[in-house]
Every structure is written in C-alpha cells, then in structure tokens.
Design a protein around this ligand. Sequence first.
Ligand code: ATP
Length: 354
Amino acid sequence: MAQIVIKNLRKEFGAFTAVQSSSFTIEDGEFFMLLGPSGCGKTTTLRMIAGLELPTAGEIYINGTEVSQKPASKRDIAFVFQMFALYPHMNVRRNISYPLVSQGMPRDQVRAKVDEVARILGITALLDKPVGGLSGGDRQRVALGRAVVRDPACFLMDEPLGALDAEFREHMAQELRALHDRMHATTVYVTHDQLEAMQMGDKIVVMNHGVIEQFGRPQEIYDWPATTFVATFIGSPAMNLLPFEGMVGNGATSVTLAGAEVHIPKMISGGDGTLTLGVRPEHVHLDDAATYRGRIVTAEYLGTTQIVTLDTPLGQVKARLSSNKVVTPGETVGLRFDARSISLFGSDGRALTS
Ligand code: ATP
C-alpha cells in the first residue's frame, strides 16, 4: 500500500519546461488519473514517480520517504506500459511467474501465488496455453497478471488500453477498475481520454501545457471546472462557454447577459472585463416563457437524448434534450439555464463560482 505526495515537482528538458511546479497527493488505495491532451506532461510526471526520469526540482514521497533521487528498483512499484508486452515463447504460467522467479522466490510459493492471481483474473484455464494463440483480452489479462503478481505497493499505468478498439477498451477499463476494487493497490493511470478518466478514477489531475489546471473527484471537476480549459476538455459535448462584457461583485447572485438577468450560484470572487458564463448542455432547457430566444440550427440524434444546436444572442448554444422532444431546424424557441449549474469565469479563464 502506498501514499504518494508530490511537492513542487518540475521537469525541464533543456530550455523547455515539460512539467511546471506541480503538487498533489495520491492517497493510499486510490485509483488516480493523470489526464490531459497530448504533450501536457502527464507521461513525464508518471516517469518521475516511477524513477525513470529525474526531476529538475521538487520532491516525491512514497509512504513518507523522499524517493525523487532513488532508482526505480528501490521504489516498490510496478510500471505497466502497454499491456501487450508478453514473452511470446513462454506459456501463460511462465509469463506470470517470471517476476517472482527472477526475484528467487521458491517454486511452490511461485505456483501458489500465480494460481491466486489467475483466479482473481479469471484465467486459470489458460495457465498452460502458449500466449501466442490468445485473444487480445486474454493477453491483456496475462500482462496484468504479471504486473500484479509481485504485490507492488503501487501500479503506474501509461495509457494501458491505448492500443485497443473502443468496445474492448471499455470492457477492459471495467475489468481494471474491478481488479483495483479487489486489490486496493494505489494506481496512477495516464490517459488523454476524459471519459475513461471520469469512469475509472477516484481522483483526477487535469494537466495542460505542463500545468495542473484542476485536481479533484470526477464529479467535482465535471460540475465545477476550475478553468475554461477544464470546462471544454471534460464533457462531450463540452460545456457551453458564453463570453460577455461585464462586472460582478463579490457575493453577487446574478449577472446581466444580453439585456437579461441570469441567476448564478455562489461566487468565490468578483471580476470584470470579458467574463464567461459556462453551462453544460444538459442544463439548457427549452421554455417558451423564457427571456432568451434561439433559432434551432441542427438536432443530432443520440438514442435517448439529442444534441440541439441553437443560434442565440449569447452565441451558439448546445442543449442536451430528450429525444422525445420534437424540434425543427429553423424554428425559434425560448431557452433558459438551470441557475444552480452555472459557472462563471473571469477574464483570466479561472472560475469565479464554486
Ligand atoms: P503524450 O500523451 O503525447 O505522451 P504527455 O502528456 O504524456 O503526452 P509528455 O510525454 O510528458 O506528454 O511530454 C511533455 C512534453 O515534454 C512534450 O512536449 C514532449 O515532447 C517533451 N518531452 C518529453 N520527453 C522529452 C525528452 N526526453 N526530451 C525532450 N523533450 C521531451
């Protein structure tokens, strides 16, 4: 088991700063996601935790011990890259046994441990089979078995499902999460897929250009994005962001937008200049009595819901509506926003509401 504390961690490659001063804590047993677009510094952060990259500055504590200058082998962690890296000439049992055998563990103990791991992963029937003939999913399970068999205090995973097609990816994501819930080993998982991060993670760090934009539980991040970057990176379709010129004081409960008053939740600070109102598509409602009018541009059918795009005096707005609602492109409708779910961002793109 492991708690990992990251303090002011920074990585420069020559003149380029890949990770700006980052601080966060990964609690013991947590499934922790490092999320962000390509090049944001998430792999570099993971490699520093693993000991595969030395930080330029800052500290990494694993269970209270500062390890940032220690080699990977002294950190009691298992690094799972792409999970397909198996030894093709060995059968399943020998693949999973390998880390224990190379540690010099007695044969009967190795056998018992591999049997236990195979049972947890549901691959007991495959133990004597060559890995060459296995399906993608079974190979993935074997690779996972090889990573978990050592009982490391912590797993580090870099886009482990990246090579899989969408359907299988979702299935393996559920299996990984279920495995974690049985083993409770601290897991740090890198992904650029916001949906994967939301579905699997207990906590998420969202990174952009080497900077931590937000750190929190999936629902917190979804409901109350700390920046306009997070508001658009998380959620599909993204949060509607509607810029306007204005001023709001500390403690204000409404703002004036395109001549009408919009109620807002609690402010954390006031702001002025170019402000941005954020509202998720599921919190936009059609209502003929509402002040704002919008013209329906398109309706995209998604099964139980539809995404309706409207041209409004505030800008283009997307609404997630029930598919039962009949909408016609070209039609003018009234729309209102759910006051409890509105975010407000200052001119620096940081949230003014919480
Ligand atoms: P991806 O998902 O594409 O791997 P990432 O968020 O994991 O993206 P990193 O791999 O951490 O990003 O890279 C962050 C930045 O640091 C990138 O611009 C990358 O080009 C740069 N970088 C990473 N490793 C090195 C290195 N060894 N030398 C120079 N620059 C590097």
